[in-house]
Design a protein around this ligand. Structure first.
Ligand code: F6R
Length: 244
């Protein structure tokens, strides 16, 4: 079941999302957080850091697993998702780096790394709450529109639209890696709760399609309609095409 909450702007969206994540951390200090990168959750991480600095949040027992990582980027590359997570969250709170996990994009053996990652999530007891952003084409993690839903962590070829959307972070589109390791749709669906954040008018069409259209692997996020505990927090612009 999907519950949709409207926030008036990006800041309010971020604060509401951070509230939900912090409630999870307070209720279960050793919870497993599934985390996302991209521009949408940056404000959520900033808010969590602010509450940590005020003494309201303790990450010392929290464990994390990230959704995805570009294949072939070194951790020291400032476009790697490993780097992103350290910059926006891990290096700013008292989380134990040993408790944080991002797929290893430098492992050339894709099958080995994806298998390791999937087993790791299982061994942690699964994800308590998975934070997601939404791609313009409906992707979640790097699960691009496809003929079927991928079950497990796997290696994907990024679509032109994703390369186009992500090139803003690289010197040019040619520098965007062509592949990534990502949790599968099945991996994401096994999370106990899902929290999806989305903002901006450019996402309004895909929000309406994903949550009010047919469930199809051509719109990967549409599968969330079959999860029993999904919260979507969108700003007014992103929710502007949701049927009322
Ligand atoms: C990030 C991820 C992606 C993004 C999506 C939206 O780890 O898996 O699915 O959530 O591409 O990205 P932004 O927030 O930059 O619009």
């Amino acid at each position: 079941m999907i519950k949709i909450y409207e926030a008036k702007d990006y800041q309010e969206m971020s604060r509401k999302a951070a509230n939900i994540l912090s409630a999870q951390i307070i209720l279960k200090p050793d919870c497993v957080l599934g985390l996302a990168t991209g521009s949408t959750p940056i404000g959520t991480y900033d808010q969590l850091v602010e509450w940590y600095e005020k003494g309201d949040l303790d990450f010392s027992k929290v464990k994390t697993v990230n959704l995805d990582e570009y294949r072939g980027l070194e951790r020291t590359n400032d476009q790697s998702y490993y780097y992103f997570m350290h910059e926006h969250l891990f290096d700013r709170v008292n989380i134990d780096p040993a408790n944080t996990n991002v797929p290893d994009g430098t492992e050339p053996d894709a099958e080995k790394e994806c298998e390791r990652y999937e087993r790791l999530i299982d061994s942690m007891g699964g994800v308590d709450i998975q934070l997601l952003g939404l791609g313009h084409n409906g992707h979640i993690g790097f699960n691009e529109p496809a003929a079927s839903f991928a079950q497990k962590t796997h290696c994907v070829d990024l679509t032109e639209s994703t390369i186009e959307a992500n090139k803003r972070f690289f010197a040019s589109a040619d520098d965007v890696p062509r592949q990534a390791y990502t949790m599968g749709i099945g991996t994401i669906m096994r999370a106990k709760k899902i929290l999806l954040v989305v903002n901006g008018e450019a996402k309004a069409d895909i929000v309406a399609k994903a949550f009010f259209g047919p469930v199809t692997p051509e719109v990967p996020a549409s599968i969330l309609q079959f999860h029993n505990d999904v919260v979507v927090i969108g700003d007014s612009a992103a929710l502007s095409k949701v049927p009322r």
